[in-house]
Design a protein around this ligand. Sequence first.
Ligand code: ZN
Length: 152
Amino acid sequence: MSSELENLYQRVIIEQSKEKHGFGLAEHADASSHQLNPTCGDEITLQLHLDPNKATVESISWEGRGCSISMASASLLSDLAVGLDLATARERIDAFREVMRSRGTLEIDEDLFGDVVALEGVSKYIARVKCAMLSWVALEDSLVQVQLETTR
Ligand code: ZN
């Protein structure tokens, strides 16, 4: 990765960690999940809101605190998840996890992930992967809850 691109990605991470898209919990949610990353101290509560037919993600809201990577990742995920059907949302989580665990060998597909590509470099720093994954694990957990409900 060129240093110019790395600088750009760093700027996106810092911006997103401040802007925190989706920040603020709602009164009701279709599912919610609390996740803790003890190695860094990151903490997040994520709420999943589905559209009325329960087939797509209407929005994500979250609250939490932690390092800029964990906050930026939650913010980027909030933007990405809107409008995805539930199967696609799960696919994105799996694909993101695969890149994060690749130790810098895999790239994020920018066509599918948009600004999330800014987190690509995190996969080189094993200690920070959990920071980036935290909100995604919370969404994954929420999707499982929703699925259990509809198959009950
Ligand atoms: Zn962290």
